[in-house]
Write a protein that binds this ligand. Sequence first.
Ligand SMILES: Cc1cc2nc3c(=O)[nH]c(=O)nc-3n(C[C@H](O)[C@H](O)[C@H](O)COP(=O)(O)OP(=O)(O)OC[C@H]3O[C@@H](n4cnc5c(N)ncnc54)[C@H](O)[C@@H]3O)c2cc1C
Length: 484
Amino acid sequence: MNLSKSLVWFRRDLRAFDHAALHHALRCSQQVFCVFVYDTDILDGLPRDDRRLRFIHASLASLDEELRRLGGYLIVRHGSARDEVLALANELGVDAVHTCADYEPLAIARDTDVAQQLAAQGRAFHSYKDQVIFEKDEVLTLAGQPYSVFTPYKNAWLKRLAAHPETLAAYPIDAYAHAFAPPASAPALPALEDIGFESGEPPLPAGMEGAEALFEAFVEDIADYGRARDFPAEDGTSRLSTHLRFGTTSIRHLVRTARQLMLSGAGGTGASVWLSELIWRDFYAMVLSQNPHVVERSFKPAFDAVQWDIGPDADALFAAWCEGRTGYPLVDAAMVQLNTTGFMHNRLRMVTASFLTKDLGIDWRRGERYFALKLNDYELASNNGGWQWAASTGCDAQPWFRIFNPVTQSTRFDARGEFIRRYLPQLAKLDGKQVHAPWLVKPEVLAERGVVLGQDYPAPVVDHDAARRRTLERFAVVKKAVSV
Ligand SMILES: Cc1cc2nc3c(=O)[nH]c(=O)nc-3n(C[C@H](O)[C@H](O)[C@H](O)COP(=O)(O)OP(=O)(O)OC[C@H]3O[C@@H](n4cnc5c(N)ncnc54)[C@H](O)[C@@H]3O)c2cc1C
């Protein structure tokens, strides 16, 4: 390719290092422009005070600064992304638009549309793999089918990486920076208020430097990750999910580092456990791209026969779950963490998703949508995969007869109740034994500790054992249809 002018369209790849589309555009063009669009097709459905917008806004400032250091700049537009990109491509007279591939069905439809309209203007559209290590059908079973179980997928993924180590090679930018179009009359980046959102601090350190600071701190303790990652009161995980979601870090950089730590022995057992988590991310991206029906329906069609509870009682239980009023402290503390910070620890995502579907009998799609609204790191593939796993409707799912007991999970993973007390101060005076199931504590003892059930903290909205029996009945419709 030998192009005169190119436009790089940034979406969920807000960085200026190890960036596939930027690298290719710079290499093959004489002049490269960069754009990000605050896409009204996505933003119109969001609340005006959205933590993710604050993260994006801060990350764009960091991206623009880095692009300027390299000799370029970022153009930021607000509108329907497909219209804005087409208009800008026309305005600048570029030969091609370059992007990093997105595997979500709506994004694929948008990109196909943009590619067609660009073609009609005589311009090319190039899309490059960037957000995962292996995409689409790059890792298949020996029979040429997509995997539906994680462990064999992971083994095949590792085998493919061993055979193709060049997959992890970084896409250099600096060496080709002379091709950046200089920032002649670039307007300042718009403030969040200019696009109808409230401004404020991002929910976590944003931008490339925010990601790198988190990663460096995490690597110090990565050896202990295999143990620490299960305890929500500990700071035992990387917290990089939001950065991976918006591409302020590079998945190749993370995998390369994890592998180096494994090879050198410096990462103990933790580095390989952490690498597995990154492979889960690729797995769910693959599942979505190979099975787009999961967006609306169960991965396993037989599970569409499950009848979830609906009606006013189910609505009231759903509201109690959303607001952290179920009377099960670990579930409630987790929901308060989500509502107040936009983050929820992985163990608690499993516990709360299991509770909604198996204890309250509510459709996983309602929970999935709530998480989508609240999570800073929300991404369709991992969220859908996680929910279908917990609801037992997905690939490699938790079998429906293994139902998390919210009290046992609490005593096991928050033994001293530290996490619960952090998010439910009304239970702060209960000791490590009482805090997991306050309804089992004598009312006079509770009262001494400042808690009246039903007043300071709710009584449980369901009885777990009875709910468990109802769930087993609910799943009886699929018992014969599938083998587990
Ligand atoms: C019901 C449910 C919903 C979820 N929704 C999302 C979501 O919307 N976005 C999201 O990024 N993750 C989601 N996860 C996966 C996981 O909970 C988060 O990735 C993790 O908690 C993020 O914290 P961390 O960055 O500290 O993770 P770490 O433990 O440090 O893991 C490193 C990275 O590996 C990836 N990862 C870890 N666990 C998983 C997993 N189970 N599936 C896929 N990728 C994983 C993430 O990119 C994560 O940042 C969901 C899990 C469940 C059970």
